[in-house]
Design a protein around this ligand. Structure first.
Ligand code: ATP
Length: 286
């Protein structure tokens, strides 16, 4: 049976605007259409059409562009269990000799719940960050030539193929280097939906700036002169993570304007009325 797990249906109250993701609405809706639409079909329709639920997706693109953010929001949208997050280099280095055991553990809870509850099981999401680290590109010998990377990939493959009857697992792989990902992992039935998450364009950057200054604006500590659309223009080639860093840095610049360094360092009394101004953002940009 390929009915969706009862607890994995898309939450009807879920809105992209509320997710705190800037500029990736097109990507998000493409992922939704390609990977999750079958989960909102009326019962039985997916079966009739011979559609199997997607069990794995790959998000790829530069660092700090919101891949982890999207993966977590997908989990919330699908009402999934708290995702398990694992990281490629960690699998290889931190637990030398235990890599396969760690992969086995990752899937264990989902397998156990599926045995007990079948399709009534909740959806389990596994986020595999820096997946390229465990993939060897033909002959490169990931894992220091020890073959550990190989065995991790094989273990993942066997889990993904093994979950054939399990409707309750979704593996989200992430990488900055799609070219490094083992072809075998990308085949149908495995990480079959691939989505590029690229650097935000100006409109996306404006949305990200808006998201990351929400608190500032709500707490009335953002100066009236701050021009977010100009900042969006000035932050060409910035990733979402860098924009978030810029906002934090602007706050520090605003604060440091109130530090008086004399015989004793002190903070002036105006600090309570402090605002983060455009000049602070520009200093941060500098
Ligand atoms: P990496 O490849 O380095 O793991 P990533 O693509 O997974 O990076 P995230 O961890 O999702 O990037 O992003 C880091 C932080 O940057 C997020 O927690 C968020 O604060 C901010 N950020 C990145 N992209 C966006 C975005 N599109 N909208 C809002 N915030 C973003």
């Amino acid at each position: 049976s390929r009915r969706p797990a009862a607890n994995s249906v898309v939450r009807p109250d879920f809105k992209f605007e509320d997710m705190g993701i800037g500029g990736l609405d097109t990507e998000f809706s493409a992922i939704f259409r390609r990977a999750f639409a079958s989960r909102i079909f009326p019962p039985g329709l997916a079966d009739k059409l011979g559609i199997q639920h997607v069990r794995g997706i790959l998000l790829y693109g530069p660092p700090g562009t919101g891949k982890t953010l999207i993966a977590r929001q997908i989990g919330k949208m699908l009402n999934a269990r708290e995702p398990k997050v694992i990281n490629g280099p960690e699998v290889l280095n931190k637990y030398v000799g235990q890599s396969e055991e760690n992969i086995r553990k990752l899937f264990a809870d989902a397998e156990k719940e599926y045995k007990e509850k079948g399709d009534e099981s909740g959806l389990h999401i596994i986020i595999f960050d820096e997946l390229d680290a465990v993939c060897k590109q033909r002959g490169s010998g990931a894992g220091g030539g020890t073959g550990v990377g190989d065995s991790v990939v094989n273990q993942l493959l066997s889990k993904l193929d093994g979950v054939d009857q399990l409707n309750n697992i979704l593996l989200i792989g992430m990488t900055n280097r799609k070219d490094m990902i083992d072809e075998a992992l990308l085949r149908s039935g495995r990480l079959e939906v691939h989505m590029e998450i690229s650097l935000p364009d100006e409109k996306g950057r404006a949305q990200i700036l808006k998201i990351h200054t929400t608190k500032m604006r709500e707490n009335n500590v953002m100066g009236d002169d701050v021009d977010l659309s100009q900042l969006a223009h000035l932050t060409r080639n910035f990733s979402g993570a860098e924009i978030s860093g810029l906002v934090k840095s602007a706050s520090s610049f605003a604060f440091s304007r109130h530090i008086k360094v004399g015989t004793v360092a002190a903070i002036d009394e105006n600090v309570v009325n402090m605002k983060v101004q455009m000049k602070d953002f520009l200093s941060a940009l500098d």
